[in-house]
Write a protein that binds this ligand. Structure first.
Ligand SMILES: [Zn+2]
Length: 263
């Protein structure tokens, strides 16, 4: 079900037990070869594939295209909510949904910059409602739901990067008309350096010595539409399986890993 297509009485009948999914992504530079809406389009595609499979059980909010993308602001066209603004934005949406009476809420993310403020919003909101025992507040990125590199030997990356082999492949699968030439792009390291520390960074500084920073991280030249279709299928299946766990939640218990389950 899509929140944007329902009336308020129809939505009222879904409260409190129907899980609500809020897809959140970004509008930011994706290298010289992909459009700014790449993250929003890819997450939207995974949601589009999963929604019919759970049509009667899960309510999907419209995708929020504004994300926390300050690390890409040196590139023309990037639109971004600052980290604290974004934290407040997600917190306000959580408050809206809790105020309406929903109890199972998943923020489904499609952009790395949203992870830290998004998780913080979930954590703070849970602390604000400490006396409640009936809340399931979740944040996850769509790439958390599958390990596609384990099922296909020709993927050169072992995880998703940025405007990389994986994202370029998925865009080739859904909107090849929007993908500019990519075959001659040089790979760019996805690592942060100085690990195991987390280093504050902006995209433009992640360049080889004397090299340029076209905006991608990873190896887009290795992309193909076939890989993209495979990746989207993995993520849609993984997301469906996860949402079925949210639907099946008993409304109050912790979810114990099978091996640790008491009794
Ligand atoms: Zn992206």
């Amino acid at each position: 079900m899509n929140l944007a297509e329902l009336t308020h009485p129809e939505i009222a009948r879904l409260i409190p037990h129907t899980p609500v999914v809020v897809p959140v992504a970004a509008m930011e530079q994706h290298g010289v070869h992909l459009p700014l809406a790449t993250d929003s389009m890819l997450l939207g595609e995974v949601v589009r594939r999963v929604e019919p499979r759970l049509h009667a059980e899960v309510l999907f909010a419209p995708l929020l295209w504004l994300g926390n993308s300050h690390h890409h602001l040196e590139y023309a066209g990037t639109l971004s909510a600052a980290p604290r603004t974004y934290l407040d934005l997600v917190s306000d949406l959580l408050d809206n949904l809790l105020g309406h009476g929903f109890r199972r809420i998943l923020f489904l993310n499609g952009h790395g910059g949203n992870i830290t403020p998004g998780r913080q919003a979930i954590f703070e909101t849970r602390q604000k409602h400490r006396a409640r025992t009936d809340l399931l507040l979740l944040f996850a990125s769509y790439w958390d739901f599958a390990r596609p590199e384990q099922g296909r030997g020709d993927l050169v990356q072992s995880a998703v990067g940025h405007a990389c082999e994986w994202e370029t492949s998925m865009m080739l699968a859904i909107r090849p008309d929007l993908v500019k030439p990519f075959a001659s792009l040089e790979p760019r390291d996805v690592g942060y350096g100085f690990e195991p520390a987390y280093r504050g960074w902006i995209t433009q500084e992640r360049r080889p010595r004397g090299g340029d920073a076209p905006g991608h991280l990873g190896d887009p030249a290795r992309a193909s539409a076939e890989k993209g279709e495979y990746l989207l299928g993995c993520y849609a299946d993984g997301m469906e399986a996860f949402l079925r766990r949210v639907v099946a939640w008993d409304g109050h218990s912790w979810e114990w890993p099978v091996a640790d389950r008491p009794g």
